[in-house]
Design a binder for this molecule. Structure first.
Ligand SMILES: NC(=O)c1ccc[n+]([C@@H]2O[C@H](COP(=O)([O-])OP(=O)(O)OC[C@H]3O[C@@H](n4cnc5c(N)ncnc54)[C@H](OP(=O)(O)O)[C@@H]3O)[C@@H](O)[C@H]2O)c1
Length: 305
């Protein structure tokens, strides 16, 4: 049982997810150039954080004596991000950290899946990409957790979305807001002969060298999954071109969770859930996520004992 400080709440976890971050932390499979950083980041000889899980939904079971935002019994969702620790029955979170009240119309399973994809999509499209209404947005990897959130949020913010995924997922992405779809196995993305204001790449298959010609003047390539070189800006457009390539990791604020909750409550953002496993079957859930073909999120439910 974790202990909680005076400014923390203790959460009885009811659902969590197995994300691509859990897979990376466990496997140490990193994008090119990041390999040397994996062990220092995740643990030199043993996992730094043995309990994985980046996000959760549950009920507040105790509050520290200075806590005023939450009461025992409140239904909340939270994002632990790279601090992990959500594949568990309980987790303590700072009351002013990345934690928010759950929308009343959401299940624990859905609320648990709001943060990983939602905050990444928000951070890239809104903050790094400065998406404006009417802009054309190409989302590569649209059926994944980040991609399916990006399709919905880009559509909600007024973007005109073209989604890139495999044939089995074309209907899924059309159903969540894509106005056009491209099957990456049937068409060469680099040769589609269309241009976009924003390309958001969650797969590492649309680097500037291959897909730069798909950007309109002023276009932005948002590198959610990229190499160290790309993150450092190498191999991107020249300054004179007016194009930009932006990678890195979004800065998530507590108000981002409030926004995701509002959008979910209003039906503008519904996390796609692929499969739900009980926590006892976490091994199978991880094995499924490891294959790299999940649609949206894989959820773990934590039974109430
Ligand atoms: N920069 C950041 O802050 C940040 C944050 C979160 C995640 N990430 C990174 O972003 C990547 C994606 O994360 P995620 O959680 O969305 O992964 P995910 O849910 O595991 O994505 C898997 C999806 O990608 C699709 N896919 C695979 N190859 C594709 C291709 N060439 N074209 C189009 N779709 C393809 C798969 O569909 P099929 O294979 O069935 O076609 C599957 O639906 C991960 O590598 C993660 O490490 C970065």
């Amino acid at each position: 049982m974790p202990t909680h400080g005076p400014k923390e709440v203790l959460i009885r976890i009811r659902a969590t997810t197995v994300s691509s971050a859990d897979w990376r932390a466990r496997s140490l499979a990193m994008p090119a150039g990041f390999g040397a950083m994996a062990r220092p980041a995740f643990g030199l000889i043993a996992p730094r954080q043995p309990v994985l899980g980046t996000e959760l939904a549950g009920e507040v079971s105790a509050t520290g004596k200075s806590v005023s935002r939450f009461r025992v019994g409140d239904r909340v969702f939270a994002f632990a991000d790279a601090r992990f620790g959500c594949h568990a029955e309980y987790r303590a979170m700072p009351e002013h950290g990345l934690i928010a009240h759950m929308p009343a119309n959401l299940s624990f399973e859905t609320a648990a899946a709001l943060c990983f994809g939602g905050t990444t999509a928000l951070g890239f499209l809104r903050d790094k990409g400065n998406l404006k209404r009417g802009e054309r947005v190409l989302i590569v990897g649209a059926s994944g957790c980040v991609g399916s959130a990006a399709v919905q949020l880009a559509h909600h913010f007024g973007g005109r979305v073209t989604a890139v995924c495999s044939a089995a997922n074309l209907d899924l992405v059309r159903g969540i807001g894509a106005e056009a779809v491209i099957d990456y196995k049937a068409q060469d993305l680099a040769a589609i002969g269309q241009t976009f204001d924003i390309i958001l790449d969650t797969t590492g298959t649309a680097p500037f060298a291959r897909c730069g010609q798909l950007l309109k003047p002023g276009g932005r390539l948002l590198v959610v999954l990229g190499t160290l070189a790309q993150t450092l800006g190498l191999g991107g457009p020249s300054r004179a071109s007016g194009l930009s390539m932006i990678g890195g990791v979004p800065r998530v604020q507590p108000k981002d969770l409030e926004l995701l909750a509002q959008l979910a409550q209003a039906g503008h953002f519904q996390p796609v859930i692929d499969q739900v496993f009980p926590l006892e079957n976490a091994v199978q859930a991880h094995a499924y996520v490891d294959k790299g073909h999940k649609r949206g999120s894989v959820v773990l439910t934590v039974s109430k004992t």
